[in-house]
Design a protein around this ligand. Structure first.
Ligand SMILES: Cc1cc2nc3c(=O)[nH]c(=O)nc-3n(C[C@H](O)[C@H](O)[C@H](O)COP(=O)(O)OP(=O)(O)OC[C@H]3O[C@@H](n4cnc5c(N)ncnc54)[C@H](O)[C@@H]3O)c2cc1C
Length: 459
């Protein structure tokens, strides 16, 4: 039933309603509350709650510094992240280092890994202290009217009204599903299995705090230290290939670890649950990203792939940008249509830059270059800039031309050995899974993604 404005009591009327109290929603709430807006954040879960996505980009530090929250981050159990290391999963070569201190230019060269339940709670606390109201354990039942100055929602507890709506509902994509705009991203039908472990062997010395990526033919693993004892471990696999693993979905992480020498070695003394968590269908977009009285931020707008740890950074950028545009429009300094156009353009630009970084990672030739390092002309340094996500305010020329050379080398390496050609480790083969003829199409799909890389062929 559509709620009529006269039914709305004053305490149910807000300047801005935000669906979702993750980093995207809380950063928007904080910025708006500090500007004196009456903000309501609703979240269907009670906090603190588990979330995957513990590894940040240096951009997150920049935003935390700007908002005066960096000291509060430092008070949380966390691990300082000074780079990452990357390797093929067979463990035959030492992982290659991608240290942030190689980055070109005067930029922030560190970030952090943190347990998300604590980080998200800290952001929500900061927004509440600034004056935002939070209601946990409350869901949106329906969106009854959506226009600037007249947003009407039904919550489980009754109707509410607002001038603006920010959808920060994460993968639930409340508005994207309401509009029917949520579209899965072709070529990224992946699934992920993950858990927290204690006692995982970590990189030491100048690689302390590095996240480790281990690449296999069917996908890749992450190992991310998040506090003194705990390491987040997960694997992302091509969905069709994951289905060939002969154990239930909630036991596949263990199976994959067993069949990946590098990860198995790192977890040889580790303790963790036998059953893992599962996430699927996480690559999609819900364009358009803003409209009459509403913004989509963070995962509610789009998500591609977790490989370069871009999710939280994109979310907090969206939270800040949407809040600032609402403040500008309400102050009469910007028209509403210019605000939603500019916001949509920024989300689109960032999404397509990160999509290009991610699609390179799924290209075997690029992986070979990455593990070999390309230090001539400081190409490796420019690659670190890109992988550290230093693209939010555009890519400086000194980084851009070197990155273009890297892309050119990637194409050349398919045909002539620019670097050592490496046969990727296969989890399925290691697990003794013989592919029936009918599955060869699946491998063709993978091969297409690696665009004819000659250094290996599906068996
Ligand atoms: C396997 C995997 C690994 C990842 N690893 C990383 C990583 O290392 N680094 C990184 O930066 N990112 C990573 N990500 C991405 C990261 O998890 C997300 O980008 C990030 O959590 C997005 O934040 P958000 O605030 O947009 O959404 P969320 O943090 O998901 O918050 C959304 C909130 O909305 C609430 N909600 C949903 N529906 C409703 C409703 N109807 N009513 C009320 N509330 C609702 C939910 O309860 C939730 O609390 C990873 C993602 C995956 C899938």
């Amino acid at each position: 039933m559509i709620a009529q404005p006269e039914e709305i009591k004053p305490e149910t009327s807000w300047d801005v309603v935000i669906i979702g109290a993750g980093p995207s929603g809380s950063i928007a709430a904080l910025e708006l509350a500090r500007a004196g807006k009456k903000v309501l954040v609703i979240d269907k879960e009670s906090f603190p709650r588990f979330r995957i996505g513990e590894s940040m980009l240096p951009h997150t530090n920049r935003v935390m510094e700007r908002l005066g929250l960096m000291d509060r981050v430092r008070e949380l159990p966390h691990v300082v992240k000074l780079g990452l290391e990357i390797s093929f999963g067979d463990g035959r070569r030492d992982p290659a280092a991608i240290p942030f201190d190689r980055m070109l230019g005067d930029t922030i060269k560190e970030t952090f890994n943190v347990r998300r339940s604590l980080f998200d709670q800290m952001l929500a606390d900061a927004a509440m202290e600034a004056g935002a109201t939070y209601r946990f354990g409350e869901s949106v039942v329906s969106i009854d009217h959506l226009a600037r100055g007249d947003v009407r929602l039904q919550l489980e507890s009754g109707p509410i009204q607002a001038n603006w709506l920010i959808d920060a509902s994460g993968q639930a994509c409340v508005l994207g599903r309401h509009f029917g705009t949520r579209k899965l991203l072709e070529g990224y039908q992946n699934v992920s299995y993950f858990e927290h472990f204690e006692g995982v062997d970590r990189p030491s010395g100048d690689r302390q705090g590095f996240a480790t990526l281990a690449m296999c033919r069917e996908g890749w693993f992450w190992m991310i230290p998040i506090d003194e004892k705990t390491t987040s471990v997960g694997v992302v696999l091509d969905d069709k290939l994951a289905r060939l693993i002969p154990v239930p979905a909630n036991q596949r992480l263990d199976w994959c670890i067993e069949n990946c020498p590098l990860v198995k070695h790192r977890l040889r003394d580790a303790v963790g649950p036998k059953k893992n968590q599962v996430a699927g269908d996480f690559s999609y977009t819900c364009e358009p990203y803003a409209g009459d009285g509403w913004f989509l931020v963070g995962d509610a707008a789009a998500f591609i792939d977790p490989v370069w740890s871009t999710g939280v950074s994109l979310g907090i950028d969206g939270g800040m940008q949407s809040a600032q545009r609402i403040i500008e429009v309400d102050a009469g300094r910007m028209s509403a249509s210019a605000a939603s156009k500019a916001y949509g353009k920024r989300v689109k630009r960032l999404r397509s830059s990160f999509l290009s970084l991610i699609s390179n990672f799924y290209d075997h030739s690029f992986r070979e270059l990455l593990v070999s390092g390309q230090s001539r002309l400081e190409i490796d340094a420019a690659v670190v800039n890109m992988l550290a996500g230093e693209i939010f305010e555009g890519v400086p020329f000194r980084v851009r031309w070197r990155w273009e050379i890297m892309r050119w080398l990637k194409e050349a390496n398919r045909h002539r050995k620019v670097v050592e050609w490496i046969r990727p480790h296969s989890l399925l083969q290691s697990g003794g899974i013989m592919l029936p003829g009918s599955q060869s199409g699946v491998f063709r799909g993978i091969k297409r993604r690696h665009r004819g890389q000659p250094s290996w062929q599906p068996s």
